[in-house]
Design a protein around this ligand. Structure first.
Ligand SMILES: [Zn+2]
Length: 192
């Protein structure tokens, strides 16, 4: 065996050792906390999004005569309230969507671990943006107008042919709560 053989072998081991060391170092020092871990847990009850407005015009589940363009399976609950009524975040979370959401009209989605909350038919004047964190009870939007203008090819229209804020016949908040991407009755999360 020549000494060059040992030198080459040693060099290979040294390189491998350095690589393993640095990979381990990078993994162990990655202290970035994912958003979900930094949120409070969801064991407490949720905050009602529209204080003072508790009438539900459409419950969760199958429905007989939905608004034209809306699904026969209602993924959430509809709470009517006047345009401009403040909408509170029902739980802490990360805003993952704040934009036009087709049938939901102007929509905000807040996610917290496996819980995903959608607020639909909100005002086009957004006070939160994607990647903002929100805390339960914080005003995240207001109830939007029935009619909205400026969306190209908006297929949702009222009986007069005017474009609407998604599939809606009047000002209300549509609230959907999904757990692991499966919609569940939002009323389960609130204590009345
Ligand atoms: Zn609805």
């Amino acid at each position: 065996m020549s000494s060059s053989f040992f030198k080459t072998t040693f060099s290979y081991f040294l390189i491998i050792f350095i690589l393993i060391f640095f990979i381990t170092f990078i993994v162990l020092t990655d202290t970035s906390i994912s958003y979900s871990e930094s949120f409070s847990n969801l064991d407490g009850e949720f905050i009602w999004p529209l204080p003072g407005y508790s009438y539900i015009s459409s419950y969760f589940g199958r429905r007989v005569s939905p608004t034209s363009g809306a699904s026969t399976y209602h993924s959430g609950i509809d709470i009517p309230a006047p345009e401009g009524t403040k909408i509170l975040a029902v739980c802490d979370g990360l805003v993952t969507f704040a934009s036009w959401g087709a049938g939901g009209g102007y929509t905000i989605v807040v996610e917290n671990n496996d819980i995903k909350v959608s607020y639909c038919h909100v005002s086009p004047i957004y006070i939160v943006s994607r990647n903002d964190t929100v805390t339960a009870g914080k005003v995240i939007s207001t109830v939007g107008p029935k009619n909205v203008y400026g969306i190209n090819n908006n297929p949702y229209k009222d009986s007069n042919g005017n474009p609407t804020n998604g599939a809606t016949t009047g000002c209300h908040l549509h609230l959907t709560i999904k757990e692991n991407n499966i919609a569940i009755d939002p009323l389960q999360f609130f204590n009345f």
